[in-house]
Design a binder for this molecule. Structure first.
Ligand code: ACO
Length: 427
């Protein structure tokens, strides 16, 4: 462990601070006693240079475009494990060891996917056309009233039940939020279907529980669709201390019910600078309308008099290609080859945008690359997922990460309430 010396050039005073060794990535200066020892505090809007916690869940190397879940590269992990396996890995620290353990965990989630009938009533209070993200954060906050025992957890089993319950119920809540927003009757979970299949079923089925009335009676959920959505969920499962995860931890730091903290995280994710970007990317591609308009659009993005951003581009941490974006782009191409009908026009516009942006000095100088939200909408549209469900899909994917982070925070005896200071400039 090294130290750094801070010199106050006004007074000549010197202060020594310890350096914390991270297992990966740059060292951090332990500034927790900065104010106590120097009488000065740090100013870091957006917390770009500040770590608010220590964590063992995921690791990002922004320069190299690397993402690890529990020490394993994202590219390998998504090939090896299903989304529910990854959920288990994140919340327990261990992935299922074999097919039986994997199926057992998936089955447990299916059993837990039902909602209390009282909770379902909440949806009738929301107006038609309400955005599913608003319905969802309210419903997740309301879930805390039905499982109030998770407020004070002591044993590993308590944490696990809390996490498994919400990971299981979030698909039902998303499906119900959507169906409510279009005035369609709710479809209850079908326990015979796997986690991802069940979600698609609850979205798509008719009130009779049938998926599609065809002469041959075949279903409309294909294994390829399930695989694709599973992959999308997996690629979103955790991502360090991003805005929504930080919100979850900050709210949890006051000692609230974990579902109240997660509900706050859902609200944070909704914003277009964060998870809401996936919805905006599709709007932007549609607005561009044709590959020939890409150049003009990029010029508009670069025009600083018009504060307008290329959605799905840029990231606080990645200063090279986001590995999730790379994986999603590959998935898009694979699905297209395997026969999932893509909107090739939108896909071509997206690829042209990427090509033009990556060769443009504005983007090169600022290290702006496609992020996870850039290509995901094209795949989700091809899976016939309505655009207002793109961010709720992100919520499903991120739920294991939020749970793991909230558990990590709650188990930490040294965790403190989040309470930053301010640089006061008022009267
Ligand atoms: N389009 C155009 N310019 C951009 C973009 C973009 N998408 N992103 C950043 N820039 C520019 C900024 O204007 C700024 O330029 P300047 O130095 O000339 O002022 C420079 O790049 C640095 O940008 P910051 O705002 O300081 O970067 P920050 O780390 O604060 O923001 C963010 C990151 C919010 C993701 C930003 O890149 C952005 O708004 N992207 C578009 C929205 C988006 O895709 N969000 C999803 C992110 S991934 C996720 O959250 C799941």
């Amino acid at each position: 462990m090294g130290t750094v010396t801070l010199i106050n050039n006004e007074t000549g005073e010197k202060f020594e601070f310890n350096l914390i060794d991270c297992t990966r990535g740059p060292k951090a200066i332990d500034f927790s006693k900065l104010f106590e020892t120097t009488g000065i505090f740090s100013y870091d809007p957006g917390y770009g240079s500040t770590a608010g916690c220590q964590s063992t869940i995921s690791y990002i190397n922004g320069k190299e475009g690397q993402l690890l879940y529990k020490g394993q590269p994202i590219q390998e992990i998504v090939e090896k494990y299903s989304f529910t396996d990854i959920a288990k890995l994140l919340i327990t620290g261990e992935a299922p060891k074999n097919k039986e353990e994997s199926e057992e965990f998936d089955l447990e989630l299916r059993h837990r996917s039902f909602l209390h009938e009282g909770l379902i009533n909440i949806f009738s209070a929301f107006p038609d056309n309400a955005h599913p993200m608003a319905n969802l954060s309210s419903a997740v906050a309301a879930l805390s009233t039905f499982h109030f025992d998770h407020k004070d957890m002591e044993h590993e089993g308590d944490y696990q039940t809390m996490a498994r319950r919400i990971i299981a119920k979030i698909t039902t809540l998303v499906a119900f939020s959507y169906r409510n927003s279009v005035g369609a009757p709710f479809i209850y979970p079908d326990i015979s279907l796997s986690y991802v299949e069940n979600f698609l079923y609850m979205l798509r089925a008719y009130p009779s529980g049938r998926l599609k009335y065809t002469r041959s009676g075949e279903t409309t959920i294909t294994p390829l669709e399930v695989q694709a959505l599973d992959r999308i969920f997996s690629l979103h499962a955790d991502h360090g201390q991003n805005a929504s995860t930080t919100t979850v931890r900050n709210v949890a730091s006051t000692g609230v019910h974990p579902y109240a903290a997660i509900s706050a995280g859902i609200n944070a994710l909704w914003g277009p600078a964060h998870g809401g970007a996936n919805e905006k990317v599709l709007d932007q591609l549609r607005e561009i309308g044709d590959v020939k308009n890409v150049g003009k659009f990029i010029e508009r993005v670069k025009d600083k008099s018009d504060p307008f951003r290329l959605m799905g581009f840029g990231h606080r941490v990645y200063k090279s290609y986001d590995p999730r974006a790379k994986a999603i782009k590959t998935l898009k191409d694979e699905l297209h080859k395997k026969g999932i009908t893509m909107d090739t026009k939108l896909s071509d516009i997206a690829e042209k945008l990427e090509e033009v942006a990556l060769s443009d000095d504005y983007f090169k100088q600022r290290n702006l690359y496609p992020n996870v939200d850039f290509y995901s909408g094209i795949i989700l549209s091809a899976l016939k997922i309505p655009v207002q469900l793109f961010t709720p899909i992100f919520v499903i994917g991120r739920m294991p990460g939020w749970c793991a982070q909230v558990i990590e925070h709650m188990k930490n005896p040294h965790a403190r309430i989040t309470r930053p200071r301010q640089v006061y400039l008022g009267k």
